[in-house]
Design a protein around this ligand. Sequence first.
Ligand code: CTP
Length: 423
Amino acid sequence: MLNGKRIVLGVTGGIAAYKAATLCSKLVQKGADVHVIMTSSATQFITELTLQTLTRNPVYTDTFDEREPAVVSHIHLADLADLVLVAPATANVIAKMAHGMADDMLTTTLLATTAPVMVAPAMNVHMYDHPAVKQNMNVLVERGTLMIEPGEGLLACGYVGKGRLEEPETIVDVVERFFTQRNAASMQRAGQGWTNVQTQTQGQELLLKGKKVVVTAGGTVERIDPVRYITNDSSGKMGFAIAAAARDLGAEVKLVMGNTQAQPPEQVEVIPVQSAQEMYEAVSSEWNDADIVIKAAAVADYRPKEVYTEKIKKKGDTLSLELVKNIDILETLGKRKTHQYLIGFAAETQSLEMHAREKLERKNCDLIVANDVTRSGAGFGTDTNAVHIYDRDGLVEELELMSKQDVAHRLLRIAAERIAGRN
Ligand code: CTP
């Protein structure tokens, strides 16, 4: 959830600069307002026009190219940033940052900003291992700069080893996590506990350390014939946010994933399924070991009675499909519950509390997360949600419209506190 976040992206001159285009595009897609500063070497690898077109903002390369008389550009960019991200960061810019040099637009902005700074290095494996580079990076880390460690693999220079710019998807994931965790835990800016974002859980309590969490997400797919199926509008985003939050709180996470267009979070085990029956079997096989099971998936209540092995041919003016009831996974699990903490969801269009609490009782859940899917920003497919969380005694918490990540963190904190209390 990067809606409205102002990110100043510094692009420096290595071959990985071409990846800045994907990075810009993904940040913008997530709602971020991206302002690019390129070093002159970076312009040898990728054009300003590319990044300007992707971000819809002017791209800066020259400290003295003042386009707006009302502001001093590098101070303006330094001040507006919620985060300054340098990706890719060459050994050269890391050295300049470590020594406080300010000889171009990017380095002057970096000195002038009070925003958190995140650096994603990219260079040759021997450069990355060089004591000078290591020392410079240590200086930055000690100062509170957030490092996104490079990946290992075949480098553009032909060597295999560490130094490859982390994939843009992962960088975006790290940036999102940074903002989410900062919101959730009211964290302070870099320098006060946010040193290495690769250690994603650093800076927050590992409330779910040692716990096994199973999350279901997305919609189920009920086949009609080889080319047709019944599904629903679930985007999977709420379940993904819960899986990511559980991971960040130290849990071992299994994500049972139905139909979705969204990208599942990194570093959680994904078990892809299609039908309600497959989802039931996947969750059942994880059930005994699970400490918390969260059923955020939108499971089809009915499936076609017959699944045709050949494509159904067009015949008369009407076609009737007979549907039969699917297993209610949550209700079945509720009957089997021993030590597991069971959380269900209730998507409602009317009488939210009544229906949600009835489902909680009937399905023997510990908590139920109810959302009014008619409310703007809280239905299927959105990045935000507004929910009421109930237990057997009634309302536990009402969460106003907020990012699904924030809802996920809040929900898991409640679950973690209750499990700790129970023990
Ligand atoms: N659920 C399930 N298996 C089903 C149907 C629903 O596990 N066959 C789970 C959902 O994952 C969710 C909860 O039950 O956690 C409530 O789902 P919802 O669709 O709101 O309720 P239903 O029980 O299907 O009732 P209705 O459609 O009548 O509102």
